[in-house]
Design a binder for this molecule. Structure first.
Ligand SMILES: [Zn+2]
Length: 87
């Protein structure tokens, strides 16, 4: 599993003569970029198309597992409630 997000990007490059600066622009890409906040800092990098596809699966797993955990926690709280004592 993997936390974070993948965004698809189209980019401009440096050389003004390149087609990406024409009107209408023909941008480079798409490129896939993964980012994740770790201890308030954003880490990330560019991915190949294949990596992006695999990462997206891991991110989906991450989301499913988090959902399962929070649902399980809710069930735990519900189950505990009948035996709560107020004395
Ligand atoms: Zn260009």
């Amino acid at each position: 599993m993997l936390a974070g997000t993948i965004t698809e990007r189209l980019t401009l490059r440096g050389r003004p003569s390149c087609a990406c600066h024409s009107d209408p622009p023909r941008r480079h890409g798409p490129y896939w970029h993964w980012t994740r906040k770790v201890a308030r800092k954003t880490v990330g990098g560019y991915l190949s198309k294949e990596e992006a596809r695999e990462c997206q699966r891991w991110i989906d797993n991450d989301r499913r597992i988090r959902e399962l955990v929070s649902r399980s926690e809710a069930i735990g709280i519900e189950r505990l409630h009948p035996s709560q004592r107020h004395d």
